[in-house]
Write a protein that binds this ligand. Structure first.
Ligand SMILES: Cc1cc2nc3c(=O)[nH]c(=O)nc-3n(C[C@H](O)[C@H](O)[C@H](O)COP(=O)(O)OP(=O)(O)OC[C@H]3O[C@@H](n4cnc5c(N)ncnc54)[C@H](O)[C@@H]3O)c2cc1C
Length: 370
């Protein structure tokens, strides 16, 4: 089969990494991205990049130097508090191998590495139709034919339904995302330390995480029905703040500062694909990243897996015009993701339980000694 005209639907970390790796090997690919430009949406918080997946992908992409220049190895700390504000765990070792990088910075490094014009901004894909030779990809007022279409379009992928009936399900927990400037919020900075702060009480959690450029990102996590999560998304910041005050009543004032002083960024209900999601391989069409294996962020693996998928898929597409290599990529990728997804589901379940703080303390101690 021909594999010359390659469309990557979605310009997130996974899609951009794939485009970069293909271009390095002389293969041409375009990225169809729904955002009109790189700054259209806030890109979210800081990510820790794991050695064998995220960092390995940056190296394979020839972007190790750019990554090291932008990464923050000094921000890998973990702190754990209980709801009374007692510090139970506090560790920061810059020699750990999971340096942090802001998501927007990572995206910019990847964008800068691509041949100009690779990303076609403002191209929301709405429909994909199989043709005699490849696929027709449609959007609002445009259509283009490709030999290969890759769904790198995240949680609500429009490519996935062509391969699988799976639909993301709500995991029962919603995060309210909050933002802080270190300069204006020294108390939040002190609470956070160098890295991530987790405060866990009965089925609830407050999280803050140091980002680059003097910012801290926070989350108030609660168990919530899906319809209420949708309703929270439509509320004003002050209204949400009052609801959170009621939900976290009785917590230590040092922790409640997170709710009192954060700027509301958004309401994020957590969705996941069924554990072990896979599909029957179909020539010319495949998935990577969240489109293939959406999971809660409680494993810290999502971006790392998306980047590792891109490496493996690029290798499969470059080697030959033989789709069986992509089929092999799909099987290995789904198996690898299933392990991480199980960890993410368990992580979420144990944090949002009546004994969450003990579970996380045990996990942190085990990691320190492991
Ligand atoms: C609150 C939160 C915190 C997280 N923290 C971490 C963390 O610390 N570490 C970690 O590894 N992971 C984390 N994750 C997970 C991580 O964000 C994802 O796993 C990762 O972004 C997946 O990358 P991707 O490229 O597959 O998809 P995405 O990043 O979702 O990118 C998809 C892209 O496709 C575009 N798109 C969507 N639909 C279309 C369409 N129809 N047409 C064209 N373009 C389209 C989107 O605009 C987007 O640019 C977190 C997630 C959340 C929600």
């Amino acid at each position: 089969m021909a594999m010359e005209r390659i469309a990557i639907v979605g310009g997130g970390p996974g899609g951009l990494m794939l485009a970069r790796l293909l271009q390095r090997q002389g293969k041409c690919a375009v990225v169809l991205e729904r955002d009109r430009h790189a700054e259209e949406r806030p890109q979210g918080g800081s990510l820790d990049m794991h050695g064998e997946t995220g960092q390995y992908a940056m190296e394979r992409a020839g972007l190790r130097e750019a990554f090291l220049a932008a990464a923050r190895p000094e921000d890998q700390g973990d702190r754990l508090y209980n709801a009374e504000g007692v510090l139970l765990f506090d560790r920061n070792d810059p020699m750990d191998d999971r340096p942090e990088i802001d998501r927007s910075v990572l995206r910019q490094i990847l964008l800068n590495s691509l041949t100009p014009g690779t990303v076609r901004w403002g191209r929301r894909t709405t429909r994909i139709a199989p043709e005699k030779n490849g696929f027709m990809v449609y959007g609002d007022g445009w259509a283009e034919q490709f030999d290969v279409v890759i769904g790198a379009d995240g949680a609500w992928s429009c490519v996935r339904p062509l391969l699988s009936d799976a639909v993301p399900f709500y995991e029962g927990v919603t995060l309210v995302e909050l933002g802080f400037e270190v300069k204006r919020h020294p108390r939040i900075s002190k609470l956070t330390g160098d890295g991530k702060m987790l405060a866990i009480g009965d089925n609830r959690a407050l999280i803050t995480q140091r980002n680059g450029y003097g910012h801290i990102r926070g989350y108030a996590g609660v168990k919530l029905a899906e319809n209420l999560a949708r309703e929270w998304g439509a509320r004003s910041c002050e209204n949400l703040r009052q609801t959170l005050r009621d939900t976290f009543a009785g917590w230590a004032p040092t922790l409640l500062d997170v709710i009192e002083t954060g700027e509301c960024i958004g309401v994020r209900p957590l969705y996941a694909l069924p554990l072990g999601h896979s599909w029957k391989s179909q020539i010319g069409l495949t998935l990577l990243g969240d489109a293939a294996h959406l999971m809660s962020p409680f494993s810290g693996e999502g971006v790392n897996l998306a980047l590792a998928d891109a490496v493996d898929l690029a290798d499969a597409l470059i080697s030959t015009n033989d789709w069986s290599l992509v089929n092999r990529y799909e099987r290995a990728m789904c198996a690898r993701a299933a392990i991480a997804a199980e960890g993410a589901a368990q992580g979420l379940k144990s944090v949002f339980s009546s004994t969450g703080v003990e579970h996380v303390l045990e996990h942190y101690r085990a990691r320190m000694h492991g």
